[in-house]
Ligand binder design. Structure first.
Ligand code: GTR
Length: 419
């Protein structure tokens, strides 16, 4: 029964939006990134009240309709069950637990959230985000569950897309729990495939609940990045009830496709206090209107990963000037909450320079809140130096990866905005 309700909820929203929005090829061409503070009808937004009542909801509708698909209904009830807890983890520095989060009828997926909190200093600020590998790869503890779902083939221990015990503790530096605990922060993560395995054209994970005929695809159907973001929100549902964590100091973080997810999750949930899309690139913090020829274009991403976004986004093809928004508007939806874009010099595919332009073009929405200036740095900071303005930026040497050097920047930024 609840499956049916949630499905109807998502469809109703989509229908209301579709009635008002023209198909992609009928939209006017706008060469520059559309300003967050100008309504679709051209009205300039000059107050926080109009931003919150009119423009922000308009942008949220546009992003659902033309890019990520409908935001799914919120589950009626979310429950967390602690599967195991170790109060002396990480050499006694922290408590590690794995929590099974249930939010629907028995046939729906569940989230398995691995949570590390520092001992003796609670409630603490907490980073939350999805991971690529499965929890069992991130710590050596034998009690951590091995996911039975589809897994990425390049993950240690994975055979025929299934995780095995061989992967236990083999990926220790992507989610460096101890590094965060030492600075007094908690970290919570779950396998993205808990919610939605990263495969096109399969009815599994949460996508199964939509029960639509893939051949007659609804052009604004909830797509995979939206499902992942929605999954982050279900983790937050649990975290705000966990006594060791301060519900007002939750930061979302994710890498690459999961960085796109982190930005979307931050934009669509005001309980998230700080938003950190790491090397998120096209479809995340990178501009869709880009002139960096080394960066991933929209037409390429929608071809290679057709399931990440809804069919309307694919329909723009190479003409991104018809998009009624750009990613600066997604960042703007987060206002006035801090956003940190983190990058690497050799990762031009993720468009580090274009991301900085996006950050700057989001500022007008932040300025409506009368927050301290400057909201964003004038120019890209030097490599290795954190620009810790409310719209923050960091670029390090090296490649596409989430590393302890990146966590150092996240933690420094959190010290500014979450202390
Ligand atoms: C790439 C994709 C990027 C990025 C990356 C990743 O192949 O083109 O947009 O998301 O995958 O997630 O590692």
């Amino acid at each position: 029964m609840r499956t049916a309700l949630a499905t109807l909820g998502a469809l109703a929203v989509t229908a209301a939006l579709a009635a008002d929005f023209p198909p992609p090829d009928k939209l006017p061409s706008v060469p520059e990134m559309p300003s967050p503070v100008v309504m679709r009808d051209g009205t300039l937004v000059t107050s926080k009240a109009d931003w919150e009542a009119k423009r922000r909801p308009e942008l949220k509708e546009l992003f659902q309709h033309y890019m990520y698909g409908a935001y799914p209904a919120k589950p009626e009830k979310v429950t967390g069950k602690v599967l195991f807890e170790d109060g002396k983890a990480f050499g006694g520095k922290g408590t590690l637990r794995e929590v099974e989060i249930t939010f629907g009828p028995p046939e729906w997926p569940k989230i398995y959230l691995l949570v590390a909190t520092p001992n003796g200093k609670t409630p603490t600020a907490c980073f939350v985000g999805p991971n690529f590998q499965g929890n069992h790869c991130l710590v050596a503890d034998e009690r951590v569950r091995i996911t039975p779902d589809w897994c990425y083939p390049n993950t240690p221990g994975v055979k025929n897309n299934k995780a095995t015990a061989e992967g236990r503790g083999k990926v220790l530096d992507v989610w460096p729990f101890e590094q965060a605990l030492d600075k007094g922060y908690a970290v919570a993560t779950f396998y993205s495939g808990d919610i939605q395995p990263d495969r096109p054209d399969v009815q599994e994970g949460m996508r199964k609940t939509l029960a639509t005929d893939p051949a007659k695809k609804n052009p604004a159907e909830t797509a995979t990045v939206m499902w992942w973001a929605w999954g982050v929100h279900r983790a937050v549902d649990y975290l705000v009830t966990d006594g060791a964590i301060d519900p007002k100091r939750i930061a979302v973080v994710g890498h690459s496709r999961l960085g796109k997810t982190a930005l979307l999750a931050g934009a669509f949930d005001e309980r998230i206090a700080v938003v950190i899309p790491h090397q998120s690139g096209c479809g995340g913090a990178g501009p869709s209107r880009s002139n960096n020829d080394k960066a991933e274009p929209v037409a390429r991403i929608t071809k290679a990963f057709p399931h990440w976004f809804c069919a309307n986004f694919t329909a723009f093809g190479p003409d991104t000037t018809k998009l009624p928004f750009d990613q600066n508007d997604l960042v703007a939806i987060c206002a006035p909450r801090p956003v940190l874009m983190t990058n690497a010099e050799e990762d031009q595919w993720a468009n580090p320079g274009g991301q900085f332009d996006v950050l700057r073009a989001a500022a007008p929405a932040y300025e409506l809140y009368g927050v301290a200036k400057p909201v964003v740095a004038e120019k890209m900071p030097e490599t290795g130096k954190l620009a810790a303005e409310r719209l923050g930026y960091f670029i390090r040497p090296g490649k596409h990866a989430m590393t302890p050097a990146d966590w150092k920047a996240y933690l420094e930024f959190a010290d500014v905005w979450l202390k």
